[in-house]
Design a protein around this ligand. Structure first.
Ligand code: MN
Length: 745
């Protein structure tokens, strides 16, 4: 035989092959370091490599590869993709050493000094305390960042570690894939975003949905691939006239046409409820000018004016983040213009420096500071203010963990708007923010007393939504206080938390009065005022808590005849029996099992109402208290938060392989949008009921202005069955949009 198969290689030969491969990867790492290495630095990196090699010598990754591939890869991400310096590269190489071998932090200290030892100790601590527990909750995550952000490199190396683990997630168990991917989407991607590491954030998001929303991911990537040639042709045609004019203007530049991330396309599809074909901005054109620092801004605007001479811009979609950078440091000029084919195209214009910082974060700054050592000698410049901004958020004592995560999320979900105080101070708020958000942004007291505002000198109510560039003067009154309905007007985590706090406070005060009133009532009816007796009243009147009872008493919400303390306590009036739950809520009996939970065959379970899984859907089980296992779809709107906050309650769940018995049907909903037509209902029911024999539970069609929107709830066997049905409808009605929806029942 000419070639030997892998398993026929002798152990010695394999060891030799791996040794060669390890050295090859190490050399590639050295080549990827972008700053000139001194002799000392070279020695330090080599020493870290040798230590890691020894510490992990007998270990293998889940893929079967030598473990050392992992730290080398993490170090390479740090060097190449973030542009970090020697200290970080050394730390990345030895980040798992203390955790996985007999070496101690003391050993690291002796060999590399206190700075590196401290960072490695931080990384070890994250692993011990957080990675090995079943799930990292938002509160833990904040604590972790808070205690470890003494040195931002701990967080940066941790991000590199997570990125490499996500890139190699394929070999993990399904349960761990879901847990790690959700946690990444929930915690690490927003963190990367906050740190301005756009490329890493984007990759983390795409990798996450690759595992949590496998079908959607496959569909979008297949679609993107199928249309690549057409897209390239379009981009080429689109940029031709731009190039010509930019050359005439003697501008030095580079043009890239890049597809949007799969995650952002999916988000758009879900958000707007549209299929892939209708996502118009699948790619963005980026023009990167090669400018001297003084000419950056004017070059970008020159390019902008050239482009908008050729293509008409959408006036509402021009964003100048050069004059006012985003809070994570992002600088760029964005515009959406109309191409000759009638398609909107997003154009991003920025200098080379801005582009590097946008892609690689503040660490890319060093390159522009004439530093030899990367981030290490960059203290006092970008990295420092970057770190201190992160610390600010973390240390804000009034912010609880969830608010902190909300703050992260708001930045993801909403674009920012910029508004001004009467003095001309700039405030950043998420899009959709109201005058009330702005008031709370200024001060809790200003928010609590807000009665309205003058926006650009015009009087507006507290619910008024602010726009970019508004100048806002808040009007207050001493008599004002936060109300329940205010919660509908605010979007910032800060305002929501402050209003809730104040309402709770107020309720407690009212309840205190109520408690006194209740006490008198007890006395009058000669009943002892004990916690036990109060609890009996709470139960009999079916209020949530003692607080609620006292509050209701104070507000006179309970009719006097019902508040018969003596009779209640002496059981003459008993609590009404609780209404029985609907039978469908009950865990399914053992006989009609269609799924396997964990390795067990007979755990009680039921299907979650929020996403109504049907056979063929990607699913996971969530252990509830008292209701057995709830089965959700992995793309359920609640999945990310369940998986990342309560990973320990997640249990691997699969459909049974054998086809589901024909008599067992599942409810599924579809949404239809199309042109209105008299025969539409009968045509639909022909396809569904007559041709396919599918039973409908309900059908609603609403028409307005010549279009209609319909919802049909069906009894269906599985995803294949549903897909066929959707295909059949689309065949008959070419212009109709048909998509699956979650049904609320
Ligand atoms: Mn690691």
């Amino acid at each position: 035989m000419l070639f030997m198969l892998d398993n026929e290689i002798s152990p010695l030969e394999r060891e030799e092959q791996e040794r060669v491969e390890i050295l090859k990867r190490y050399k590639a790492l050295l080549r990827s370091i972008r700053h000139e290495l001194t002799h000392e630095q070279k020695k330090l990196i080599r020493s870290a490599f040798d230590l890691a090699l020894d510490a992990h010598k007998d270990m293998r990754r889940k893929t079967g590869e030598p473990y050392i591939y992992h730290p080398i890869a993490v170090a390479r991400i740090a060097a190449q993709e973030i542009g970090l310096g020697t200290t970080s590269i050394v730390c990345a190489l030895i980040h798992d050493v203390v955790e996985d071998s007999n070496y101690t932090t003391e050993d690291i200290n002796r060999r590399f000094g206190p700075k590196i030892a401290k960072i490695v100790a931080g990384l070890t601590k994250i692993q011990e305390v957080y990675d090995h527990t079943d799930s990292m909750q938002a509160e833990n995550f904040r604590k972790m960042l808070l205690t470890l952000s003494d040195d931002v490199r701990v967080i940066l190396v941790k991000l590199c570690d997570r990125l490499h683990n996500m890139r190699t997630l394929e070999s993990m168990s399904r349960k761990n894939q879901l847990k790690i991917a959700s946690e990444t989407l929930f915690l690490y991607a927003p963190l990367a975003h906050r740190l301005g590491l756009y490329a890493i954030k984007s990759e983390l998001e795409d990798l996450s949905i690759k595992y949590t929303q496998r079908e959607a991911f496959k569909e979008i990537s297949a679609n993107l691939n199928a249309k690549k040639a057409a897209r390239d042709r379009f981009i080429k045609k689109f940029i031709e006239p731009i190039k010509e004019k930019l050359d005439e203007a003697n501008l030095k530049y580079e043009i890239k046409g890049r597809p949007k991330s799969i995650y952002s396309i999916l988000k758009k599809m879900n958000h707007q409820g549209i299929p892939f074909d209708q996502v118009y901005d699948l790619f963005a054109i980026r023009i990167i000018t090669d400018s001297t620092p003084e000419k950056e801004k004017s070059d970008c605007w020159t390019a902008y004016s050239i482009i908008t001479d050729i293509y008409k811009p959408n006036p509402g979609r021009t964003r100048d983040w050069i004059t006012t950078p985003k809070s994570n440091g992002y600088e760029s000029l964005h515009s959406t213009v109309m191409s000759n084919d009638g398609k909107w195209v997003e154009v991003q214009i920025r200098s080379k420096r801005m582009d590097e910082i946008a892609e690689k974060g503040y660490a890319a700054h060093w390159k522009y500071k004439n530093s030899k050592d990367g981030i290490e000698s960059d203290q006092g410049t970008g990295v420092d203010s970057w770190l201190s901004r992160i610390k600010d958020i973390l240390e804000n004592p009034s912010a609880n963990a969830l608010e902190f995560m909300d703050d992260f999320k708001l930045q993801l979900i909403h674009e920012e708007i910029f508004v001004f105080t009467p003095e001309g101070d700039l405030k950043k708020l998420p899009q959709g923010a109201s005058t009330l958000d702005f008031a709370f942004e200024i001060h809790t007291q200003v928010g609590s007393k807000c009665i309205g505002a003058k926006v650009n000198n015009k009087l507006v109510p507290i619910s008024h939504k602010l726009s970019n560039g508004d100048q806002v003067e808040i009007l207050t009154s001493e008599k004002q206080h936060p109300r329940e309905e205010w919660l509908q007007f605010v979007v910032t985590g800060k305002a929501i938390a402050r209003i809730r706090n104040s309402l709770r406070e107020e309720k407690r005060e009212v309840a205190d009065t109520g408690r006194e009133m209740l006490k008198k009532k007890f006395h009058k009816e000669k009943v002892e005022f004990t916690e036990d007796n109060i609890a009996k009243v709470v139960a009999a009147l079916k209020v949530q808590s003692v607080l609620d009872l006292c509050y209701a008493v104070a507000k006179n919400l309970i009719p006097q005849e019902k508040l018969a303390i003596h009779d209640i306590v002496n059981k003459k009036i008993s609590a009404e029996p609780k209404p029985k739950k609907e039978p469908s809520e009950k865990p399914i009996s053992k006989s009609s099992k269609e799924i396997i939970i964990g390795d067990e065959n007979d755990l009680p379970y039921s299907f979650a109402k929020c996403c109504n899984p049907i056979p063929g859907d990607d699913i996971f089980g969530f252990i509830t208290i008292g209701e057995g296992v709830k089965v959700h779809r992995t793309n359920c709107p609640n999945a990310v938060s369940l998986l990342s906050n309560y990973g320990y309650r997640v249990i691997k769940t699969e459909w049974k392989n054998s086809p589901v018995k024909a008599d067992k049907m599942f409810l599924a909903g579809i949404k239809l949008i199309g042109i209105d037509d008299v025969g539409i209902v009968s045509s639909l029911s022909d396809i569904i009921s007559k041709n396919m024999g599918v039973n409908m539970k309900s059908i609603t069609i609403e028409s307005h202005d010549g279009t209609f929107e319909g919802t049909i709830v069906l009894f269906i066997q599985d995803t294949t069955h549903l897909d066929t049905l959707i295909q059949n409808i689309k065949l008959k009605h070419q212009n109709m949009e048909v998509s699956r929806i979650a049904i609320a029942n």
